[in-house]
Design a protein around this ligand. Structure first.
Ligand SMILES: NC(=O)c1ccc[n+]([C@@H]2O[C@H](COP(=O)([O-])OP(=O)(O)OC[C@H]3O[C@@H](n4cnc5c(N)ncnc54)[C@H](OP(=O)(O)O)[C@@H]3O)[C@@H](O)[C@H]2O)c1
Length: 229
């Protein structure tokens, strides 16, 4: 299979690349700065010919368009929209609206930009799966602790975008699903996160493998259960 992972140079994205390469898939790692992606360079050396590292800032229209051009006429079986930022988790009073817009542009519009730009590539495949890495923080029903306005709102918006894409692309047999990866040990999740990154991604890869048309439009937890919107 041909897999594309955004935000692939560290954290959950890097682990997706590692696990997909380990089982023999071809992977395109989309990163903001290919020249600084040292972990990917090592993975590429260990899997000759299976990994391409391409520049893609998901917060930038021109960068995403250039990325899609660099993909040429490749088919994409699975797109993992993983790139994301934490934003500032400030109080209501301290919240910076300009910063919130930047967070929205990356976390909510980023997956939309990339999915739209790679639609021709997805349609060249029979698999046509798009997995967006959302967050439990994007659940409105599960929000009992408040705060984190920019992050929560951006992920709730991503959830809505995924559902709309599932509806709009149903006739073209594209599956669009949002995942809550759990609270994961990465730069973003921090050291006290309970879920090791390999465990979360191992579960997510298995869930993506098993996605069917009937799952499109769902919000799924990394343990496979439907998550509360
Ligand atoms: N860790 C958790 O507990 C947790 C929980 C729920 C959801 N998530 C979600 O899971 C995803 C991955 O998170 P993580 O924990 O792996 O975070 P991370 O360790 O902070 O990594 C974030 C990745 O996203 C990339 N990125 C940020 N902005 C980008 C942009 N504009 N264009 C392209 N790439 C960009 C980063 O690249 P640079 O190195 O260039 O910055 C990095 O590769 C995010 O969407 C996050 O919201 C994480």
């Amino acid at each position: 299979m041909n897999i594309v992972v955004t935000g692939a140079n560290r954290g959950i994205g890097l682990e997706f690349v590692r696990q997909y390469l380990a089982r023999g898939e071809s992977v395109v790692a989309a990163v903001r700065s290919p020249s600084a992606a040292e972990a990917l360079r090592a993975l590429g050396a260990a899997h000759p010919g299976a990994l391409r590292v391409l520049a893609c800032d998901v917060g930038d229209d021109a960068s995403v368009a250039e990325f899609a051009r660099a993909m040429g006429d490749a088919a994409v079986d699975v797109l993992v929209n993983n790139a994301g930022v934490r934003g500032e988790w400030t109080s209501l009073e301290a919240m910076d609206t300009a910063e919130a817009l930047r967070t929205y542009s990356v976390n909510a519009l980023g997956p939309l930009r990339v999915t739209r730009a790679l639609l021709p590539h997805l349609l060249r495949s029979e698999t046509r799966k798009v997995a967006h890495i959302s967050s439990g923080m994007g659940s409105i029903g599960d929000n009992t602790s408040g705060g984190a306005y920019a992050y929560r709102m951006s992920k709730a918006a991503l959830n809505m975008a995924s559902r709309s894409m599932a509806v709009d692309l149903r006739d073209r047999r594209v599956i669009s699903v949002v995942f809550n990866p759990g609270w994961v040990q990465t730069d973003m999740g921090g050291r006290s996160a309970p879920v090791p990154v390999d465990q979360s991604v191992h579960a997510l890869v298995a869930l993506i493998d098993g996605l069917a048309a009937s799952d499109s439009g769902d919000f799924l937890d990394w343990r496979g259960k439907r998550y509360e919107w």
